[in-house]
Write a protein that binds this ligand. Structure first.
Ligand code: MN
Length: 275
């Protein structure tokens, strides 16, 4: 305990030191900061101190654009409620579930593979946190989004896997329709295990393709995902989910999707998210 108190006062008790560390690592989570500064053993010691558990808790990441930026395709009230209420609830619940447990400092990505075994809080709230953090980052205001395009690597995979971008979109929209994804869930474009083909898949509730046991084909690596829960579109579109899905292409940031593709093909792992 003496050791943890020592680290606590050194790294957390000092606001100046803390802000310096935080500023230098913009974009990284506090858990990553501790990991890089202290190393694994010391991280565990620090996590034992109550004051640090709060600092290490998962957080709702800020949107990379204002709430109104995705208008008219995704309306401002939906963005506010979706981000500040729905996403915040998933974060609060995964924090409750992981508080004081081993691995509580792990990036949310690391909880995905075994989320089904870990239990409903990990699957539903952990999945909810990962999926939403992933979702916010792959979108951009329409004026910016339309200037983005698929990288050569991504375009080659799209063409090989679907024939063309239009055919991929058609397949995605068909999968997102209520008849194919009934009730609440997500639709994804994933890179397969071998890293040489894209697949369009759907998952129920807050499951995602990174979770073992969710897809019959095994774990795959998402590069694009769409929330088709009613809370994602109902205020603007009511029962017209297909209109929401087809409009959503206007806010897809293909630069980010291309980055995701490059990452998962190289690393053979899921994309890390903020928060
Ligand atoms: Mn949602």
């Amino acid at each position: 305990m003496k050791l943890s108190l020592c680290f606590t006062s050194l790294f957390v008790g000092s606001a100046a030191a803390w802000s310096t560390i935080t500023m230098k690592t913009e974009g990284s989570s506090r858990r990553d900061v501790f990991r890089s500064v202290l190393g694994g053993g010391a991280v565990a010691a620090v996590a034992a101190a109550t004051s640090v558990e709060k600092a290490n808790a998962y957080a709702v990441p800020d949107l990379p654009y204002p709430f109104e930026a995705l208008e008219p395709y995704i309306d401002t009230p939906t963005m506010k409620i979706h981000h500040d209420k729905h996403h915040a609830t998933y974060v609060a619940n995964i924090n409750k579930a992981t508080e004081g447990k081993d691995g509580a400092e792990a990036p949310i990505l690391d909880l995905m593979e075994n989320a089904l075994e870990a239990g409903p809080a990990y699957r539903n709230s952990g999945g909810g946190h990962y999926n939403h953090a992933f979702f916010w980052d792959e979108m951009a205001p329409p004026d910016e989004a339309k200037k983005t395009k698929a990288s050569d690597q991504l375009q080659a995979l799209i063409d090989k896997s679907f024939g063309s971008t239009d055919e991929m979109k058609a397949k995605f929209e068909a999968m997102a329709a209520p008849g194919a994804t009934f009730g609440s869930g997500w639709v994804w474009v994933c890179v397969n295990q071998a890293g040489d083909e894209l697949k369009v898949v759907n998952t129920a509730n807050q499951d995602n393709p990174l979770m073992k046991g969710v897809l019959a084909e095994g774990v795959m690596f998402p590069i694009l995902g769409l929330d088709v829960w009613e809370h994602a579109y109902y205020l603007k579109y009511q029962n017209r989910r297909p209109e929401y899905v087809s409009n959503w292409w206007n806010v897809v940031n293909w630069s980010k999707v291309s980055d995701n593709c490059a990452y998962v093909v190289e690393k053979h792992a899921g994309v890390n998210v903020k928060g």
